[in-house]
Design a protein around this ligand. Structure first.
Ligand SMILES: [Zn+2]
Length: 245
């Protein structure tokens, strides 16, 4: 694999064991200029970093060696885990993000994401269900890598989970209302998948739920992000839970 080096000083000094690496977390840089993102990820003052950065031209930059904990996830949770940094490899992908004209990821970026992910999955025996986006593990704070991230395409290569419902079924159930009981089922499915159900004190419960629904949609129902549960969302969640067992 072709890589270049541009080390970041932002990582934990204590080395971890290869078997502690259990997750891959995808991000976008969320800055107007790629050079500014690189500057930020390698500046001591920012206190943020990631293991890899994938540039617009597809170049894979190593910023922190895999066995050191990089500072990419921040406050985060998935299933019973908190602070995913300890257990994960962070991959940043150049993209201005939702704040600055969110772009499609380039073909070269997608090919590099695929190559790098396959390499890491193989090397650390990472489970397909542990390949996540930043918004999955921090839904109240983050939107990255966002609804343009090619989850469906990548799942064909074992990179992350995807459902197995035909598009026709999905569209038919889109925006269809669901009962209160079904809403409860949906939330239960979300927590089975791994999403947090603990609302932080500083956020109102319904606001928090909307964030979690939106995170689920950015990941698994990318054609409509409205923060509302409909039949389609429920179907997708059911299908995913079945596949995770
Ligand atoms: Zn992020």
């Amino acid at each position: 694999m072709d890589t270049t080096l541009n080390y970041s000083p932002n990582f934990e000094i204590k080395k971890r064991k290869p078997k502690q690496v259990k997750f891959i977390i995808f991000h976008y840089t969320g800055m107007k200029k790629e050079s500014d993102a690189i500057e930020r990820l390698t500046s001591m003052r920012s206190k943020v970093s990631s293991h890899y950065l994938i540039r617009y031209n597809g170049e894979i930059v190593i910023m922190v060696p895999d066995l050191y904990e990089a500072w990419h996830a921040g406050l985060s949770s998935w299933k019973n885990l908190k602070s995913l940094n300890k257990h994960s490899i962070g991959i940043e992908i150049s993209n201005p993000g939702h704040e600055y004209n969110y772009k499609k990821f380039s073909k070269k970026q997608i090919q590099s994401i695929k190559k790098l992910s396959k390499f890491l999955i193989e090397k650390y025996k990472i489970n397909q269900k542990n390949i996540l986006g930043h918004s999955d593990i921090a839904p109240d704070r983050k939107k990255d890598p966002g609804e343009k991230f090619p989850w469906k395409y990548l799942a064909q290569f074992g990179i992350g989970k995807w459902h197995s419902l035909p598009h026709k079924t999905l569209v038919k159930n889109r925006r269809k209302k669901i009962s209160l009981l079904d809403k409860k089922k949906f939330y239960l499915n979300l927590s089975k998948i791994g999403y947090s159900n603990k609302c932080p004190k500083e956020i109102k419960k319904d606001k928090f739920l909307k964030f979690v629904i939106s995170a689920f949609q950015r990941r698994f129902r990318q054609e409509l992000i409205d923060g509302k549960i409909d039949q389609e969302c429920l179907l997708i969640s059911k299908n995913l839970v079945k596949k995770l067992d």
